[in-house]
Design a protein around this ligand. Structure first.
Ligand code: ARG
Length: 572
């Protein structure tokens, strides 16, 4: 079922095509009419004719088949107003449609999303929060559109630091080490290992020898390594559950997974003539990549000590994702500083023939989370802020907010709601900023019930649901005769029809804030409507119409929030 927008656009497109094939009507929802086509100017320019004249000609040939009426405005805009019959029909479909008229994508794709990716025996920091939350939203939206999403949690579980981590584990004793790691005390563990490594030469030697054993496949070393990984992954899962994201232990496909493929990466790059030796390392030089001194920048595949690095693993991962998982699209939700790394890895993969042009591959880059001082978010003593700590603090504050108000909720209900609100606050604050931008982590702002926040939207939803509790009879919404005589009602109705476009825009740009902006705008439209149009006290058909708008508004908020990974409770 095409959306309202798509139906109109198809009509306009044929009129535009008749004058100039492939020209773009640039149709947008508009506050002046219902929709506005802004493409006339571009078309007129291409044809070398006055815009008004072209607009008139378009209007004459435009077959809107009763969907809308059209008027030329200004220098040549086409203003479209939906006919009452068509608008009513679209709205009735919306009321009856579980997917709120969002079509399942006609070409289902396999989409690999690489996100979260914390490092074993290291604390998850706010950067991993961003990756986790953005990746989760993109996974949910894509799945809703009918795509197959394969989550790849590219956990850092391999490399030279594991020598010192294993030796430290041996020093501590397995039980004590496991105890410390399972409490999520990853940073203390890592730092203690690092400190010994830096200050104690015997420890350093042991660590080096241990790396060799690890890479050589020594059984006991492997068992100890596995212990570190298992403990960390279990701890990460606790964080994911606390955040309520979809990631599961089975999505963990860490760097070590690609080990057995690395030799082939080297062999195949070599036979493709792409690998050269530079300072003892095996590297690829790719056109267009230079350092600050304008010298060619190497992508290091194998280091001089024969160890493989981050780039080799990512090359193997691209190959695996295209060759074995048959990805049509691969998304990397990783901080902006890794942009060049990915550009180089993909360029190398392209050169090697492992990454066909048809595969969409994107770095879903994001900015930093800042502290109140607008510097990198750190604790007072300069350490990384623990992710779980943030959620816990948000939950405490939300609970305090709830306890401060009059309500008949039980203590358990309040505690559950506090967690829901904390998740909503933290996730929405992250998702609603343009992802490339930095943002300040400010729990009070995030948790506020006013403004562009998660709790505000959750509350808007619960408030609408409360109308239906007061209704005292089931709402069927099956034979509404729409008049939409109040402008606020019409404005809301048009907003409700625009969900498919909001989701399209979100996936095309990979910007979850597009969906946030849509939902916030919708909640505001609802508020204006609700202030202007009494619902329960309205008469018969007017009441039905208003109830139907309430119903679809609540469902749209609930669906939209759920696609962002946010729960919208029935009551608050
Ligand atoms: N573990 C890395 C980090 O913490 C992120 C990995 C991102 N994914 C990838 N395929 N390189 O920065």
């Amino acid at each position: 079922m095409p959306s309202t927008y798509e139906l109109l656009e198809a009509r306009l497109q044929s009129a535009f095509d008749a004058l100039q094939p492939g020209s773009d009507p640039v149709l947008r929802p508009s506050d002046r009419s219902d929709y506005q086509a802004n493409g006339v100017m571009g078309l007129a320019k291409a044809l070398g004719r006055p815009p008004r004249e072209v607009a008139d000609e378009l209007v004459a040939s435009l077959d809107l088949a009763g969907l809308a009426t059209v008027e030329v405005a200004g220098p040549g805009f086409l203003n479209l107003s939906l006919t009452p019959a068509f608008l009513g029909q679209q709205l009735n479909e919306l009321v009856a449609n579980e997917r709120l008229n969002v079509p399942v994508s006609p070409n289902a794709k396999t989409i690999v999303i690489d996100y979260s990716a914390p490092n074993v025996a290291k604390e998850m920091h706010v950067g991993h929060l961003r990756s986790t939350v953005i990746g989760d939203a993109l996974a949910r939206i894509n799945r809703f559109m009918g795509h197959t999403v394969i989550a790849r949690n590219h956990v850092g579980d391999w490399g030279t630091p594991f020598g010192m981590l294993i030796e430290h584990l041996i020093d501590l004793g397995e039980d004590a080490a496991v105890q410390s790691l399972s409490m999520g005390d990853l940073d203390t563990f890592y730092r203690a290992a690092r400190q010994k490594f830096d200050s104690d030469d015997t420890f350093k030697e042991r660590s080096r020898a241990r790396v060799v054993l690890l890479q050589g496949g020594d059984t006991e070393t492997n068992r100890l390594w596995r212990l570190l990984v298992t403990q960390s992954v279990a701890y990460f899962q606790e964080v994911y559950d606390k955040l309520d994201v979809l990631l599961q232990p089975s999505d963990v496909v860490g760097e070590s997974f690609y080990n057995p493929m690395l030799d082939d990466v080297v062999t195949d790059l070599k036979s493709a003539g792409l690998l050269v030796e530079s300072d003892g390392a095996q590297v690829v030089f790719l056109p267009g990549f230079t350092n600050r001194e304008n010298e060619p920048l190497p992508l290091i595949v194998q280091k001089s000590d024969e160890g493989f690095g981050y780039a080799a693993t990512d090359l193997a991962a691209v190959r695996d994702r295209v060759g074995n998982l048959h990805a049509d699209e691969i998304l990397y939700v990783v901080g902006a500083p890794q942009a060049q790394h990915f550009d180089m890895v993909w360029a190398a993969a392209r050169a090697a023939g492992w990454l066909p042009e048809a595969v969409r591959i994107e770095h879903v880059a994001f900015g930093n989370v800042l502290g109140p001082d607008r510097k990198m978010f750190k604790t007072r003593s300069g350490e990384t802020v623990k992710l779980v700590g943030l959620i816990d603090e948000a939950t405490e504050r939300a609970l305090a907010q709830l306890q401060a108000r009059q309500s008949d909720m039980s203590a358990d209900e309040q505690a559950a709601l506090a967690l829901t609100l904390a998740r909503a606050a933290v996730k929405y604050a992250d998702l609603s900023t343009e992802r490339q931008k930095d943002y300040v982590f400010d729990l009070d702002r995030m948790l506020a019930f006013e403004g562009d926040t998660g709790p505000y939207l959750a509350y808007a939803h619960a408030r609408i649901r409360s109308i239906f509790r007061r209704l005292n009879e089931p709402f069927l919404g099956d034979n509404v005769s729409w008049t939409l005589s109040d402008p606020a009602a019409r404005h809301l109705a048009l907003g409700l029809l625009a969900l498919p476009e909001a989701l399209d825009a979100t996936l095309n740009t990979l910007q979850p804030h597009r969906l946030c902006t849509y939902l916030f705008d919708l909640a505001q439209r609802f508020t204006t409507f609700y202030e202007a149009c009494p619902v329960l006290s309205a008469e018969d058909s007017l009441r039905d119409e208003r109830l139907a708008l309430c119903d679809v508004s609540a469902r749209t908020l609930s669906l939209g929030l759920s696609l962002l990974g946010i729960d919208a409770p029935e009551r608050m």
